[in-house]
Design a protein around this ligand. Structure first.
Ligand SMILES: C[S@@+](CC[C@H](N)C(=O)[O-])C[C@H]1O[C@@H](n2cnc3c(N)ncnc32)[C@H](O)[C@@H]1O
Length: 237
């Protein structure tokens, strides 16, 4: 499980899940000797989460698929035939959505192994490895229209260290995006704690026509997670 708790869903175009009504019986999970308080809380949250149920029903690999659906419904950046790079792709929910929305080529990368998905090339490697950008460029064959990053490191519980690790991933993803995006392309990245740092945000505003911070409804309210969506890449001359 990562920082925002986007757990893998066991198990397709998707509808926004209906919220449980007050008449729905919510499921309570009792703590046992074998089950710690935090795992009981996790299980209870999973059992009562409408996005988890809908992801299962529609065959999405993770509830986080709905976050990309909501971001793309709002800003419409996944176009027919486009090339999408999906960083931090495991277990594959965002890649499923990109394909479903008409992407022609999807390249996903993660530290973790990913079950094959027809139409998607998955690379298992650390994005922070020096070889990762080249491996992605080889797999793409040409430039990208969309670079997505949902990467989130496992947190250590030390706020400043966690923040630095997250920002290092966002900055590396941004640098990669500016190397491979075609003019007019889109960069989407997960962020935590109050959005992008000023310096990064200034660069994004210089390099893209529109930069927005979005908290999609599928992102849990209690999570500090949000997304930056930068559209209209202006390739430097
Ligand atoms: C929230 S999950 C992504 C969920 C995915 N968007 C989906 O819908 O299935 C975050 C992922 O980032 C990956 N990750 C974290 N650090 C990484 C790194 N340095 N290189 C590659 N992947 C990384 C984790 O392994 C994890 O699978």
């Amino acid at each position: 499980m990562t920082k925002d708790g986007d757990e893998k869903v066991p198990g397709r175009s998707a509808k926004k899940p209906a919220r449980r009504t007050t008449r729905d019986a919510s499921v309570r999970v009792k703590k046992t000797n074998q089950r710690t308080t935090s795992s009981a809380r996790w299980l209870q949250r999973q059992l009562n989460d409408p996005y988890v149920h809908e992801a299962q029903r529609l065959g999405y690999r993770a509830r986080s698929a709905f976050k990309l659906i909501e971001l793309d419904d709002k800003l419409k950046f996944i176009k027919k035939g486009c090339t999408v790079v999906d960083l931090g792709a495991a277990p594959g929910g965002w890649s499923q959505v990109a394909l479903e929305r008409g992407a022609g080529k999807v390249i996903g990368l993660d530290l973790l192994p990913i079950e094959p998905l027809p139409g998607v090339t998955f690379l298992q490697m650390d994005f922070m490895n020096d070889d990762a950008p080249e491996a992605l460029i080889m797999a793409m064959g040409s430039g990208a229209d969309v670079v997505l990053s949902d990467m989130a490191p496992n947190t250590m519980g030390h706020k400043q260290t966690d923040h630095l690790r997250i920002m290092a991933l966002v900055e590396a993803a941004y640098e990669f995006a500016t190397q491979v995006l075609k003019p007019g392309g889109t960069f989407v990245s997960k962020l935590f704690q109050g959005g992008a740092q000023k310096e990064l945000l200034d660069m994004m505003k210089r390099d893209f026509t529109v930069v927005k911070h979005v908290k999609p409804p599928a992102s849990r309210k209690e999570s500090a997670e949000q997304y930056v969506v930068a559209t209209g890449y202006r390739r430097p001359l």
